[in-house]
Design a protein around this ligand. Structure first.
Ligand SMILES: [Zn+2]
Length: 416
C-alpha cells in the first residue's frame, strides 16, 4: 500500500513537470517541413501552418480555440529566381537574395562598383550619367550605403539617376528580411556576398516578385480555463516565417520560430492536464516577420482586456543551445523579474539570464508599450543562431537544449 502511494506521488510529480521533448521535436519537424514552404504568405504556407496548429491545440485538450483574421500588404518572391555574375550561376538564398521591398528584376546589366575609398557623391552621379553606365546596377558594401543613405536612397527612385538598380554586398551568410516588405520601391535591390561580386562586370538576373494586397492571415488563440477568470497568463509565439525565395528555395525557420510555437503547444497540453489557477491563453501569432502585424492586430482587438494579463511570455527562437538565456522585460514586468532569477537559480536551469534593453524585435513589444507585464525569451548566440533568416535554419541545425529549461522557467514562475 505504502509502495503504491509513493509511486502515485512520483507520478504526480512527473505530471507537474510535464515538459514533453518528443512532442516539441515533432511539432518543430512538422512546421519546418517542405509542406509549409517556410510558412510565408504567397504560397499559403503560413495559413496552412495555422490550420495545423488549430488541430494540435485541439489534441492538446484546450477548451476553446479562436482564429483571429487580419490582413497585410506584402511583397513576395515565389516565382522565378536566378542570377549569374559574369556567367557564373549564383545560389539563390546563399550567394544572393532580394531586399524585401525590391521589385522583380529581369535582364542583363553592367555593374558599377562604387569607389568607397575615394567617395564623392557628385562624382558618383556624374559617372552614372555617362552612356556606358546606362542602366547599370550600382554595387556597394551595404554598411557604406547605410552611412550615405541620403545618396543611395536617390538611386532607388525612378527619374533621379539612370542606374537600373542596386546591389548591396553583405558578408555571408546572406540573410532575408521581410519587415519593410509592405511597399515596393522603383528599382531592384539585391543582396549578394562580396566574394560573388568581386571584380564582376556584368550580371544577369531573372527574379519575379508578387505584391499581395489585403492578404488574409490569422492568429490562433487557444484557451485553457483556470479556476479564476478575473485575470490570466498569456503565452505567445509567432508561427509565420519568411516563406520562399524563388520556387525552389524556402526558409524552414525551425529555430525562428517553429521552436517557440512548439513550446507553447506543449505548454497548452501541460495546463490542459494540470488545471491552472487562472485562465491561460496560448497565442500563435502570424505576420511577425512582416513587422509584428499579428501581435499589433491583437493588442488593437484584444479578446481579453490587456489590463487582465498578469504576465505574458513571448517565446521566439529557443531552438538553440546557449547555456545563457537572453531575455527582455517590459517596465510593467520588472517588479516580478527577480522571480525568474530565483526560479532559474533554484532549479539550476540556465547558467544565467542575460537581460537586454526592450526592443521592437518580436511580438512582446506591442504589449510592452501598452503596459502589459511581459518577458521575451530568445536563446541567442548558440550554435543554431548563425543560421537566423537563412535557408539553413532547418530541422538539422535547430538545437533542443533550451526547450526544457525555458519550459521550467515559465511554469516555475507561474507556480511562484
Ligand atoms: Zn522570430
Amino acid at each position: 500500500m505504502k509502495k503504491i502511494f509513493v509511486l502515485l506521488l512520483a507520478l504526480a510529480a512527473l505530471q507537474l513537470n510535464a515538459q514533453d521533448l518528443p512532442h516539441f521535436k515533432k511539432v518543430v519537424k512538422e512546421l519546418s517541413s517542405a509542406k509549409y514552404q517556410g510558412r510565408g504568405y504567397a504560397k499559403g504556407g503560413a495559413n496552412k501552418a495555422g490550420k495545423y496548429l488549430e488541430k494540435e491545440f485541439r489534441k492538446a485538450g484546450v477548451d476553446e480555440i479562436t482564429l483571429q483574421p487580419f490582413t497585410i500588404n506584402i511583397n513576395t518572391f515565389c516565382g522565378k529566381a536566378e542570377m549569374w555574375a559574369d556567367g557564373k550561376k549564383l545560389r539563390t538564398g546563399v550567394d544572393y537574395s532580394m531586399r524585401e521591398y525590391s521589385p522583380g528584376v529581369h535582364g542583363e546589366f553592367p555593374v558599377y562598383h562604387v569607389d568607397t575609398l575615394n567617395f564623392n557623391a557628385d562624382g558618383l552621379f556624374e559617372d552614372l550619367a555617362k552612356p556606358e553606365n546606362a542602366g547599370c546596377l550600382v554595387c556597394c558594401d551595404f554598411w557604406f550605403t547605410y552611412r550615405h543613405r541620403e545618396v543611395f536612397s536617390r538611386l532607388q527612385k525612378a527619374g533621379e539617376c539612370p542606374n537600373g538598380g542596386l546591389i548591396y554586398t553583405w558578408e555571408a551568410p546572406i540573410k532575408f528580411f521581410k519587415a519593410y516588405g509592405e511597399k515596393v520601391v522603383d528599382k531592384p535591390i539585391i543582396w549578394v556576398t562580396p566574394e560573388a561580386m568581386e571584380g564582376v562586370k556584368r550580371v544577369k538576373v531573372n527574379v519575379d516578385n508578387e505584391f499581395l494586397s489585403n492578404y488574409e492571415l490569422f492568429n490562433v488563440i487557444a484557451k485553457v480555463e483556470g479556476a479564476r477568470h478575473d485575470s490570466c497568463y498569456v503565452f505567445t509565439a509567432h508561427y509565420d516565417h519568411l516563406g520562399n525565395m524563388g520556387k525552389k528555395v524556402f526558409y524552414p525557420g525551425a529555430n525562428d520560430n517553429a521552436s517557440g510555437t512548439a513550446a507553447i503547444v506543449t505548454l497548452a497540453e501541460h495546463y490542459a492536464k494540470n488545471r491552472p489557477q487562472y485562465d491561460m491563453y496560448f497565442v500563435a501569432f502570424s505576420g511577425e516577420d512582416a513587422n509584428l502585424r499579428g501581435s499589433t492586430y491583437f493588442v488593437e482587438h484584444p479578446i481579453v482586456p490587456l489590463s487582465q494579463i498578469k504576465y505574458l511570455f513571448n517565446i521566439d527562437m529557443i531552438g538553440d543551445d546557449n547555456p545563457v538565456q537572453y531575455c527582455e522585460v517590459s517596465d510593467a514586468g520588472m517588479s516580478q523579474y527577480p522571480k525568474f532569477e530565483q526560479v532559474n537559480a533554484e532549479q539550476q536551469l540556465f547558467e544565467k539570464l542575460d537581460r537586454g534593453a526592450l526592443a521592437a524585435n518580436s511580438d512582446h513589444y506591442p504589449f510592452a508599450i501598452r503596459g502589459v507585464p511581459c518577458i521575451f525569451l530568445e536563446n541567442q548566440e548558440g550554435s543554431a543562431f548563425p543560421h537566423y533568416h537563412t535557408p539553413a535554419d532547418n530541422f538539422k541545425t535547430v538545437r533542443f537544449e533550451s526547450y526544457e529549461p525555458v519550459f521550467k522557467l515559465v511554469t516555475g514562475f507561474i507556480d511562484k
